[in-house]
Design a binder for this molecule. Structure first.
Ligand SMILES: [Zn+2]
Length: 303
């Protein structure tokens, strides 16, 4: 079995990802952020070009089912920019979906995830390369348990990695207990997102000890602790021996945050976060976090 990263243009060898933005969004729309949708194809194209110009090689889009992924537009954007793009299946917190949408998914969620991973999203034939789900603030509600059970089932059927939005960075250990403890997903197939938003270094280390991947993925948004604690948090994990478990991303979720609209956007990761981390960790480890780590996190032996 060969392990591969499932991009919107097909499966690629992990070493071909290059410098990777391990959690971001080219397209995203939630009823929680009205008027802020990432919907413009030309803005997405410009954002990818700006990321590419700084040496970016791949972007993993964590936008799940029903939130405006524009899957059919992704292959051409990837081809034009020369940036590998990975799309997601999965489901966000209940507040990001209409009740009608959720009702329509009862009893067939895992089946939809598997279909999007193996056959394609909608009629686009563009396959997802990961399953994105979400926890809650310091807790997991019934919706989170439902979506994580479906994610685990889809993981067992396909091998796909499971990426988790942690609400304000919290609930990491509850998520790991459920996904890995109860549902049997191997920890190295789990990517926890937004750990930067809750800089409890002890919890970070406890989560890392399970073998999961830890994503620090919000430098493009002003999230209180995000920017100024992040380098310390990353260094603490690296010094504890978990340097190979760390991932970085931009997590652009609103139109105003795009660099082409005057925000930090995707280039910020390479323009400012990378040099800041180089000061903290040195060039060699920073480089590994941006290249080798994401290729390990997202490459799986697809069933
Ligand atoms: Zn995100």
């Amino acid at each position: 079995m060969v392990s591969a990263v499932r991009t919107v243009l097909g499966d690629v060898r992990p070493q071909d990802l290059g410098v990777c933005d391990a959690h971001d969004h080219l397209f995203f729309g939630s009823p929680r952020l009205p008027g802020q949708e990432l919907r413009s194809v030309s803005a997405a194209r410009a954002e990818l070009a700006a990321f590419r110009a700084l040496g970016g090689g791949s972007v993993v889009q964590w936008t799940p089912y029903g939130l405006g992924r524009r899957a059919a537009d992704l292959p051409q954007l990837s081809r034009e920019s020369g940036v590998h793009v990975v799309a997601a299946t999965g489901l966000h917190q209940a507040v990001h979906h209409s009740q009608d949408t959720l009702d329509g998914l009862r009893g067939r969620l895992a089946e939809i995830f598997v279909g999007e991973l193996t056959e394609g999203i909608g009629t686009s034939r563009v396959r997802a390369g990961l399953i994105k789900v979400a926890g809650g603030f310091h807790a997991l509600d019934a919706h989170a348990r439902w979506t994580m059970a479906a994610a685990a089932e889809a993981h067992h059927a396909t091998g796909a990695p499971v990426a988790v939005h942690l609400e304000l960075g919290t609930g990491a250990l509850d998520v790991l207990d459920l996904l890995c403890g109860e549902l049997g997903v191997p920890p190295h197939r789990v990517i926890l997102g937004h750990l930067n938003r809750s800089p409890d270094f002890v919890v970070h280390r406890q989560a890392a000890q399970t073998g999961c991947h830890l994503a620090f993925d919000g430098p493009s948004r002003a999230n209180h602790a995000t920017d100024w604690r992040m380098p310390d948090a990353v260094r603490a994990l690296a010094e504890a021996g978990f340097g190979d478990r760390l991932l970085l991303g931009g997590d652009t979720t609103t139109a105003a945050a795009r660099s082409v609209n005057g925000g930090p956007g995707m280039p910020y990761l390479l323009r400012r976060v990378r040099p800041r981390l180089e000061l903290e960790l040195g060039n060699e480890l920073t480089d590994r976090i941006l290249t080798a780590n994401p290729s390990r996190a997202y490459a799986v032996e697809w069933a």
